[in-house]
Design a protein around this ligand. Structure first.
Ligand SMILES: Cc1cc2nc3c(=O)[nH]c(=O)nc-3n(C[C@H](O)[C@H](O)[C@H](O)COP(=O)(O)O)c2cc1C
Length: 197
């Protein structure tokens, strides 16, 4: 039988594993944590959820970053509410991670400039779509994208979103005993508890 992982009954190790998985997800497309679901609350108070690419996870500052079009519904939701939650389940690792916190849009500052500077041409063109994302159009193809060569085109619509994590939750599935733990930000660190799975 496969041995239980070292974090199975170790709360601090579970928190380390959670951040390790998020950081690995931001670095590589090979895990489910690369493409978490992002939840926001819309203008009618209803939950909305969709996939985003996790661009960075930084356990030192307790922040996550993803990118979106500033004209998108998700950007509107975040501007209005100031909050976001992310979730992913990796079936290989048998780990679900849930994160929530305050979210800030960065469109015209150094955070956005730095994120844009390292984004690839094929990503950049998405921000030049016309009309704006979510607009009703007459046929499926009735929108345009700039040429990949015209890489500056989408900058005006590009937005980096930084989530300052306030709560974290980790669920590890194993039939010898599931383990669930939650943490809340406490000063510079995290205050955690085991939870009934
Ligand atoms: C694999 C995958 C990755 C995606 N990554 C992003 C992303 O990083 N940022 C983004 O704004 N939309 C991303 N999308 C598209 C969103 O899921 C969503 O369909 C779109 O942005 C419209 O969402 P909204 O109307 O709620 O703003 C991705 C979709 C998929 C399937």
């Amino acid at each position: 039988m496969i041995p239980l992982p070292p974090f199975h009954d170790d709360l601090d190790a579970s928190l380390n594993e959670l951040w390790r998985l998020l950081e690995a997800g931001a670095a590589s497309a090979r895990t489910a944590f690369h493409t978490p679901s992002l939840a926001t609350i819309d203008g009618q108070g209803r939950p909305q959820v969709r996939t985003v690419v996790l661009r960075s996870a930084d356990r030192g500052s307790g922040t996550l970053r993803f990118h979106c079009d500033r004209r998108s519904h998700k950007a509107d939701d975040i501007a209005r509410s100031g909050f976001a939650a992310l979730h992913a389940y990796d079936a290989q690792d048998k780990v679900q991670i849930r994160v929530s916190g305050s979210a800030t849009l960065h469109a015209d500052d150094a955070v956005a400039d730095a994120a844009w500077a390292v984004s690839m041409a094929m990503s950049r063109v998405c921000y030049g779509t016309a009309p704006a994302p979510g607009t009703v159009i007459a046929t499926g193809g009735a929108y345009t994208l700039p040429d990949e060569g015209a890489t500056g085109g989408g900058r005006a619509n590009f937005c980096a979103v930084v989530v300052a994590v306030e709560t974290l939750e980790f669920l590890y599935l194993d039939r010898r005993g599931h383990r669930r733990a939650g943490w809340a930000r406490s000063g510079e660190g995290w205050s955690g508890d085991w939870l009934v799975p």
